[in-house]
Design a protein around this ligand. Structure first.
Ligand code: ADP
Length: 506
């Protein structure tokens, strides 16, 4: 038999899945590790913990599956994006990795914007954001000069695992797109940005396409993981780009929406298209010669979770007594409310908003509350408001010429047929589930399969290994009924913006 392994280096843990060549998961194992928050707003992890988790999960899936090491045709890596790993000349970790969710670098981001202005968006396709890597590099240079002085290699989280597996200092275009250092249209490090920020390009890894082989498992790595020496390791991809492959988003018109804690839309684009206002991100796709456009709203599933925690104690008790999911009970009562929730609109800006508003002072609201409203109306309004925010992101994509006609739904909220129907009606396109919930790990494994020559292309790999589940079709009469509510929703933030900003100062 022939198998592939996908390793997904998440923030809460590493999940490793061993697949057969048809994308069927044969064995899976997850090992968690801590997140360190040395100060309010900081977020770090120890790269040694990641490597420990990779060794343990790979050994476990090999044991559980009974696959022989020589039957593993390739390993693919997926991981949390943006994190900064610094190694010295001997390849030793110099300090904890600074993660995507660390907020310490606003000052450095302002400096980058001051130095490069609009050129930064033109070249790297994204504004300087505290989550991205460049600001973190400047922060270490300014605050820990001794560390910076000794640093010889800068790697992203999953690329540190590649180094431990193969001894190679390398990265690939999709993950590198989240550093604010890549020339995204040309898929190579930007000499212009690096020299403007005075960062030595020799610190950065060699650049690959995501499905290319970047190295082979060394003897030392084989001993600790159980893999065969010489097993090829493909470029892999950042977590969302890998999820795109694992959900078959590899052709024009295809996209996925994740309703997890946050809400993400990730769409394939054959041409590079950059939003000059920086409202959505453009990244290189894990498909060679293609790009992806991504939006991120901050409180998608979080909105429903917040409502559950604050107002649905009775439903939680009932759900526990009946052995049902509380979200299902909540959704049942929402389904009894009509489209528009009896003229109630919810704004999902509990954590401020990123796409497409870029306003950390925006806040949530129920607009139109009346004595007639029930909890069911409010739950429906929350689910509709989250869907309106996704539609508003999709409108930006469509404005940019990115066509979306085939949507997959992922994340906890994507499991709800009711929420998927609201999305389908607002998007005006079918919304489907994907049979396998292994998104990023499957995507990484497919990329490994292309590198190893098992599939002729990424699209071919997806045809073999990605299978659709249920599909919700848009209903024209529903779409028409939502439209006036959606248009009103769009107007509410501009109307309330000044009040939100004043509120933040009180
Ligand atoms: P994370 O982004 O933290 O990994 P998940 O993808 O697990 O989160 O999504 C969690 C969110 O999914 C919850 O906050 C909730 O809003 C939503 N959710 C989970 N189950 C359901 C369900 N059955 N119906 C509707 N929403 C759900």
């Amino acid at each position: 038999m022939e198998y592939l392994i996908g390793i997904d280096l998440g923030t809460s843990g590493t999940k490793t899945v061993l697949f057969d060549v048809n994308g069927v998961p044969v064995a899976s194992h997850t090992v968690e590790y801590p997140l360190h928050q040395p100060r309010n707003g900081w977020a770090e992890q120890d790269p040694h913990d990641w490597w420990g988790a990779v060794q343990e999960t790979v050994r476990t899936v090999l044991n559980k599956s009974g696959a022989k090491p020589e039957e593993i045709k390739g390993v693919g890596l997926s991981g949390q994006m943006h994190g900064l790993v610094m190694l010295d000349a001997q390849g030793h970790v110099q300090r904890n990795a600074i993660l995507w969710c660390d907020g310490r670098t606003q000052k450095q981001c302002d400096e980058i914007t001051g130095t490069l202005g609009q050129r930064l968006i033109d070249v790297t396709a994204n504004p300087a954001l505290p989550g991205f890597t460049a600001g973190k590099i400047l922060w270490v240079r300014e605050n820990e000069p001794a560390v910076y002085e000794k640093c010889r290699h800068i790697l992203l989280p999953k690329d540190y695992i590649r180094y431990k597996l193969t001894g190679e200092f390398a990265t690939e275009v999709s993950d590198a797109s989240g550093m604010n250092l890549l020339d995204v249209p040309n898929r190579r490090w930007s000499g212009e940005v690096l020299s403007a920020l005075d960062i030595d390009s020799g610190l950065l890894g060699r650049m690959y396409e995501s499905c290319q082989v970047t190295g082979a498992v060394t003897l030392a790595a084989a001993e600790v993981t159980g893999l065969a020496p010489g097993t090829t390791v493909a470029g892999g991809a950042g977590d969302n780009a890998a999820a795109a492959i694992g959900t078959g988003v590899v052709e024009t018109g295809k996209a996925f929406t994740t309703l997890g804690t946050s809400g993400v839309i990730f769409a394939h684009a054959d041409q590079v298209t950059i939003d000059p206002k920086g409202r959505v991100h453009t990244f290189c796709s894990a498909v060679p010669g293609a790009w992806t456009v991504m939006s991120c709203t901050l409180a998608a599933g979080l909105s429903l979770q917040w409502f559950r925690n604050q107002f649905c104690g009775a439903e939680r008790e009932l759900a526990a007594a009946q052995g049902r999911d509380v979200y299902e009970l909540m959704t049942d009562s929402a389904a009894r409310s009509p489209i528009g929730a009896n003229r109630l609109i919810y704004l999902p800006y509990l954590m401020g908003e990123r796409s497409p508003l870029l306003d950390s002072d925006a806040r949530g609201a129920f607009i139109g509350l009346s004595n007639i409203h029930t909890k069911g109306d409010m739950i429906r309004a929350v689910m509709e408001g989250v869907a309106y925010s996704q539609r508003q992101c999709l409108d930006v994509f469509r404005e940019m010429g990115v066509d979306v006609s085939d949507m997959a739904a992922c994340g906890g909220g994507g499991r709800s047929p009711f929420w998927r129907q609201i999305l389908a009606d607002l998007y005006g396109c079918p919304v489907k589930t994907i049979a396998s919930e292994q998104g990023p790990a499957l995507g990484a494994a497919i990329l490994a399969g292309v590198g190893a020559g098992l599939y002729s292309s990424v699209a071919e790999g997806c045809k073999v290994a990605v299978h659709a589940g249920e599909i919700q079709q848009p209903k024209a009469e529903n779409s028409a009924a939502y439209e006036p509510f959606y248009q009103l929703y769009r107007n509410l933030y501009p109307t309330l913006r000044d009040s939100f900003h004043t509120l933040a100062t009180l």
